[in-house]
Design a protein around this ligand. Structure first.
Ligand code: BES
Ligand code: MN
Ligand code: ZN
Length: 494
């Protein structure tokens, strides 16, 4: 999608479709509808009187060849309550307009800017890009082909602040980063093997100037990553440890942020095999890894002054003659031994070794994102990511960033009492802690490998995928977490 500013007075702007929004309290007057020519507003007033224009959130009212304007179509989008208006809301409004118009054959959309503020400009561009994505790559008749080619930001002749161009670019790259993550998560496991994921990471790194290193099965074993390898050994697909580095020279030596993303390209459960119902959803079990790739793509362009290393342990979790088994005792890279009680608790194993290695590579703060537990979905549903960690300062940084980014995240506890639950009778740790508090014990198991290093865990099992379409976003992969982590890294650099 191309994005550009247009300075024409709104009445003279010649384009297939112009969008303006209005509020519930005065549909024909408030919002950006206010900026339209008097003749057009008169028309809207009549619609309001007829009860056809209410301003309710996401209501889309199309008007062909509106009086007083040069556009072929005016789309008025309801913005709901004025008091609730925010940048998040603005992203969604633009999104709703884009999704409404793209299926009606519109390829060029003009958005009436209400505010010339950089934040608003970025929100408009980002909202349009995120909305223009559909998870339909494998349909021969794609919705995506009906996508928007050009987004015009109509200023109505008003002067733009100097930062407007940069804001447009920021919104664009943030939207693209999320769509990149979504694209990866959507790929089925036959097309997104660990090898393929590493290739995609390498291409991205090359394009945006990041350093990329990929380790294979031999190196993983040579590094004594016994926990990662236990999961990987049962699969025909060779495992990969993907490492991306962003280290700008002008950044302080510390902190070095380690972003560790779970990269299970298919989770069958292994020998503790999952029920077949819904097993296909486990192609998304690399969403944590995909999230970190999206974040790296964004910061490679935004260039915050902070060092970041991303690590993605990528493998399938499969049953086979070589697979690890319940009852096995394995030795992790840290030296801690782990008794396997359930081979379906594989995420914490690959993350354990990735965290240990991240520390060895010099990371001083560890943040992991993982589709770790079904339990977090029971606790928080599909809309909210579970946040865990002992270190209040860093947990708070993530929560504050999530709040600014408009992503729902909620802290769940970690507490010594829960440690009892994943003790093993014969090894240092067991890889499951039972049904109760499953999201907590899963998180804490990972935390055992962070040791004294500040660590925050994001359980995105529920938020990785949207089961329902929204007016502003397709059903399917969400890219949830990308905005928050990018925001946090930008805040660190500010
Ligand atoms: N990848 C799953 C968690 C998951 C479930 C993600 C549903 C997305 C949707 C994870 O590897 C897993 O199987 N967890 C087990 C842990 C249990 C065996 C301790 C779970 O949550 O049931
Ligand atoms: Mn599993
Ligand atoms: Zn899993």
């Amino acid at each position: 999608m191309k994005t550009e500013f247009r300075a024409d007075p709104l009445a003279q702007l010649s384009t297939p479709a112009l969008v303006a929004y209005c509020f519930e309290d005065a549909p024909a007057a408030g919002g950006t509808v206010e900026r339209l020519p008097a003749e057009t507003r008169h028309l809207l007033q009549q619609l309001q009187t007829a009860g056809e224009l209410t301003g309710k959130a996401f209501e889309c009212t199309p008007l062909g060849w509106p009086a007083g304007m040069a556009v072929s179509k005016l789309l008025v989008v309801g913005a709901g309550k004025r008091e609730k208006f925010s940048e998040s809301h603005l992203r969604h409004l633009v999104g709703a307009a884009v999704r409404n118009l793209r299926v009606r054959g519109v390829r060029e959309v003009a958005w009436t800017l209400g505010s010339m503020e950089p934040g608003a400009v970025a929100a408009v561009v980002e909202g349009a890009l995120v909305a223009d994505y559909d998870a339909d790559r494998y349909r021969t008749e794609r919705n995506g082909e009906k996508g928007i080619d050009t987004l015009l930001l109509a200023t109505g002749g008003e002067a733009l602040p100097a930062e407007a161009e940069a804001a447009l670019r920021r919104g664009h790259l943030l939207g693209e980063a999320q769509n990149f993550t979504r694209e990866l998560v959507n790929e089925p496991s036959n097309r997104m093997t660990p090898t393929k994921l590493a290739e995609r990471a390498g291409e991205m790194a090359e394009r945006f100037g990041l350093n990329c290193e990929v380790l294979g099965p031999q190196e993983i074993q040579d590094l004594n990553m016994g926990a990662f390898w236990a999961v990987a050994q049962g699969s025909q697909e060779p495992a990969r440890l993907i490492i991306l580095r962003y280290s700008p020279e002008d950044a302080p030596e510390q902190p070095v942020i380690g972003l560790i993303g779970k990269g299970i390209t298919f989770d069958s459960g292994g020998i503790s095999i999952k029920p077949s119902e819904n097993m296909h959803e486990m192609k998304t079990d690399m969403a944590g890894g995909a999230t970190m790739l999206g974040v790296m793509q964004a910061i490679a362009q935004l260039k915050p002054r902070v060092r970041v290393t991303a690590l993605i342990p990528a493998t399938e979790n499969m049953p086979s003659g070589n697979a690890y088994k319940p009852g096995d005792v394995i030795t992790s890279m840290s030296g801690k031994t782990i008794e396997i009680l359930n081979t379906d608790a594989e995420g914490r194993l690959v993350l354990a070794d990735a965290l240990t290695y991240a520390k060895r590579l010099g990371c001083t703060v560890l943040i992991d994102a993982a589709t770790l537990t079904g339990a977090v979905m029971i606790a928080l549903g599909n809309f909210t990511t579970g946040v865990f960690g002992w270190n209040k300062e860093w947990v708070d940084r993530v929560l504050a960033a999530a709040n600014l980014a408009g992503e729902k995240m909620w802290q769940l506890p970690v507490d010594d009492d829960y440690r009892e639950l994943y003790k093993s009778a014969i090894a240092d740790l067991a890889n499951t802690g039972g049904r109760y508090g499953g999201a907590i014990t899963g998180a804490m198991f990972i935390g055992e490998f962070a040791g004294d290093t500040p660590w925050v865990h994001l359980d995105i099992a529920g938020t990785r995928w949207a089961n329902e379409e929204k007016p502003y976003r397709a059903k399917g992969p969400t890219g949830h977490g990308v905005r928050t982590l990018v925001q946090m890294l930008m805040d660190l650099s500010a």
